[in-house]
Design a protein around this ligand. Structure first.
Ligand code: 5AD
Ligand code: SF4
Length: 444
């Protein structure tokens, strides 16, 4: 009797993981699996995991514990762990005492069907080999996560920056760029399907470099090619490393109005001493110069960032430098974290994680409070403006309202007057909170 093959996949962590899950779905569809939105109806449950901070891994261990209950009810259920934690902790996962059949790292998704055959034959299967070439460029992702309006396109994989706190270079391997033709074709295909926004994804998109027949295509070249697919297609990108943010990129953005007016530029710290220890390869002066260059070329461009509180040896003075830089850069939004030591990284090997937990927590809450103020101010400054909003669908909170985003990536909620997802509407902003803009359709 043939058993129906159904998979359920859940994803943790960054957008790259969500994008990878769409590749995994595609590989599994091709080998005869159906996707289910309900783990209790699946023959295979996959957990796409994140290792960036200890908290992320703890969440996954907790989830694996919960999945054991499902497995007790369904003795033929197969459980797989994929992604960064699979790469980092293969042996711990297989020997954890939890039922785990399959462990697959981020560069081995192509061979999932063969690994699953081993599992079908009653063995545990694992592959965490990292590749210098794999970009999955020929695999069409199954956009099961999508709202039909915006989609991610992965343009490169891996990272070689080796920021001293970061585990990503170890879990995702060498940096490699994807063939630009396949990227542009994917953007075209998405536009034809009705999508109106693509986000080009990579750990450090600014170091995109496709070399072919001795010619090099850099990130700003690629970005413009994608922007030229159609003026009605919005193009975003994430994430950028400040050290590689070139004037060419800023010029390319400024001359293409469908490249969104939003830059995510992770600063991590405002102290030059800490930036040095973090191996970030720029200073606060360099960072603020890049911010000034962006704002001069595109005064309406929003700026978001990542900040780590309480990195090794961080003093009160270093922390004040971070708060000061936040004020100077006037970030529109930020992701803020407390430092979490990751084994294997330079910071774990060379520096002591010596900022006490309560000091990290207090500094983080000061950073969050300041950002809340800055976000509130940024949103208030939009009141009275008419902004172009790409409608994504109904507002989750109130069904009489639509929700969409501005080019600067701010969420706007306004009364539903019948616009479909994927249309552009001019909205006059009438109110704001630190997280959302409110408005009404404008006739002007
Ligand atoms: N501890 C805390 N935050 C981290 N990040 C990366 N590694 C760590 C760590 N060990 C943050 C950085 C990065 C974001 C994706 O996660 O701010 O930009
Ligand atoms: Fe990690 Fe730095 Fe690479 Fe970002 S650039 S993934 S923080 S090593």
């Amino acid at each position: 009797m043939s058993v129906e093959k159904t998979f359920y996949i859940e994803t943790y962590g960054c957008q790259m993981n969500f994008s990878d899950s769409e590749i995994v779905a595609s590989v599994l569809h091709k080998s005869g699996y159906e996707q289910s939105a309900d783990p209790s109806k699946a023959s295979l449950v996959l957990v796409n995991t994140c290792s960036i901070r200890d908290k992320a891994e703890q969440r996954i261990w907790k989830r694996l514990r919960e999945l054991q209950a499902l497995r007790r009810r369904n003795q033929v259920l197969q459980i797989g762990v994929i992604g960064c934690m699979a790469e980092r902790l293969k042996d711990e996962l297989l020997e954890s005492g939890f039922h785990v059949d399959l462990v697959v790292g981020p560069d081995a998704y192509r061979i999932l069907p063969a690994l699953l055959q081993e599992v079908d034959a009653g063995q545990k299967a694992a592959n965490i080999e990292l590749s210098a070439e794999e970009t999955y460029d020929d695999i069409q992702p199954v956009r099961y996560n999508s709202n039909g309006v915006s989609a991610f396109i992965s343009i490169m994989r891996g990272c070689e920056n080796f920021c001293s706190y970061c585990v990503v270079p170890f879990t995702r391997g060498k940096e490699r760029s994807r063939d630009p033709e396949t990227i542009v074709n994917e953007a075209k295909r998405l536009f034809e399907m009705g999508y109106r926004e693509v986000t080009l994804l990579g750990q450090n998109v600014n170091s995109y470099n496709w070399v072919h027949e001795k010619k090099s295509i850099l990130f700003h070249d690629l970005l413009e090619k994608v922007a030229w697919v159609n003026p009605l297609l919005r193009v975003r990108f994430t994430t950028s490393h400040p050290k590689d943010l070139s004037d060419e990129l800023i010029k390319t953005m400024a001359r293409n109005s469908n490249i969104c007016r939003a830059v995510h530029l992770a600063v991590q710290s405002g102290s030059n001493r800490i930036l040095g220890l973090m191996n970030r390869k720029y200073t606060r002066e360099w960072y603020l110069d890049r911010v000034a260059a962006i704002r001069e070329a595109m005064p309406d461009c929003t700026l978001s960032t990542d900040i780590i509180a309480g990195f090794c040896s961080e003093t009160e003075e270093d922390h004040l430098f971070t708060l000061d830089l936040m004020n100077l850069a006037a970030f529109d939004s930020a992701f803020m974290f407390r430092y979490s030591e990751r084994s294997g990284t330079v910071a774990a090997k060379k520096y002591s994680d010596d900022v006490p937990g309560e000091v990290k927590a207090r500094r983080l809450s000061e950073i969050i409070a300041l950002q809340q103020k800055l976000s509130g101010k940024s949103n208030r400054s939009d009141i009275g403006k008419v902004l172009e909003v790409l409608v994504e669908g109904k507002s989750k909170r109130s069904p009489d309202f639509l929700m969409g985003r501005t080019s600067g990536n701010k969420v706007v909620v306004f009364p539903d007057n019948g616009h479909q997802a994927g249309t552009y509407v001019n909205v006059k902003i009438t109110g704001s909170t630190p997280a959302t803009l409110k408005g009404v359709e404008s006739n002007q």
